[in-house]
Design a protein around this ligand. Structure first.
Ligand SMILES: [Zn+2]
Ligand SMILES: [Zn+2]
Length: 246
């Protein structure tokens, strides 16, 4: 399988170290056909997210400028939006999402939730689940439902790093994603994914994207780890959005 795009990279607009231009240059060096800039939405705590959703507009402008210079690579404006409630609310308004080329949605542990009740449901349950099996199961249920709602209520292209830090029911999430045409990410940047995840998700009808989640230009297009998981699971290129087809 040959991968020709990386749809998940961070720049200085959230907590990546490279500028948009540096990520694009790195993707070109890797010989990619396309690269997406998908910075964190504003809800990540500790300054890890973009300052406000409107930062997406300046990222789009920067990309237009780069595209104006006619580089031999496609540059996509995107975001990695945060889920901020148990009902799948996101930290980026839908009208901004609609203007983007690529929308990723992910569950992250340290975010500003919509309400105290959501902080309790998502934040606390996942923390407490480390100590109690019953709370772990409730946390897993809440996480899965929040993601199902998010992909159903919003136009989402890819769920980023499913199950990283926050446990999910892969089969249920994959079925919800399959119903609305959302892909599941095989993350090359976090070494936790297994062929088993791919088997279960594929059986439920999911398609996939293999992305780096690069936080520095050196990692843009570094997809080896994800490719290894996909190949160990015998995943055909036809089910991977960013693979060369035919
Ligand atoms: Zn993430
Ligand atoms: Zn990310």
């Amino acid at each position: 399988m040959q991968l020709i795009a990386d749809y998940h990279t961070h720049s200085v607009h959230s907590h990546g170290t490279g500028t948009v231009e540096e990520n694009v240059a790195a993707a070109r060096r890797r010989g990619l056909w396309a690269v997406a800039i998908t910075d964190h939405g504003p809800a990540n705590l500790f300054g890890l997210g973009m300052k406000a959703p409107e930062v997406l507009l300046s990222i789009q402008k920067e990309i237009q400028q780069i595209e104006g210079e006619r580089p031999d690579i496609r540059v996509l404006a995107g975001v990695e939006a945060n889920i901020v409630s148990g009902d799948g609310d996101l930290d980026v308004p839908d009208d901004l999402l609609r203007d983007l080329d690529v929308v990723l949605v992910g569950l992250h542990p340290m975010v500003r939730y919509r309400s105290a009740a959501d902080a309790l449901r998502l934040g606390f349950l996942n923390l407490a689940g480390r100590a109690s099996e019953a709370l772990y199961r409730r946390g897993r249920e809440t996480n899965t439902r929040a993601l199902e709602e998010a992909v159903t209520r919003h136009e989402v292209d890819i769920v980023s790093h499913p199950g990283l830090h926050l446990s999910i029911d892969t089969e249920r999430l994959a079925a919800a994603c399959a119903a609305v045409g959302t892909a599941l990410e095989i993350s090359a940047g976090h070494r936790y994914m297994t062929p088993e995840f791919v088997h279960v998700a594929r059986a439920a009808g999911a398609v996939f994207a293999i992305n780096s989640d690069a936080h520095r230009p050196e990692d843009v297009g570094n997809l080896e780890q994800g490719l290894a998981v996909a190949e160990a699971a015998d995943l055909p290129a036809a089910l991977v959005l960013n693979a060369r087809h035919g």
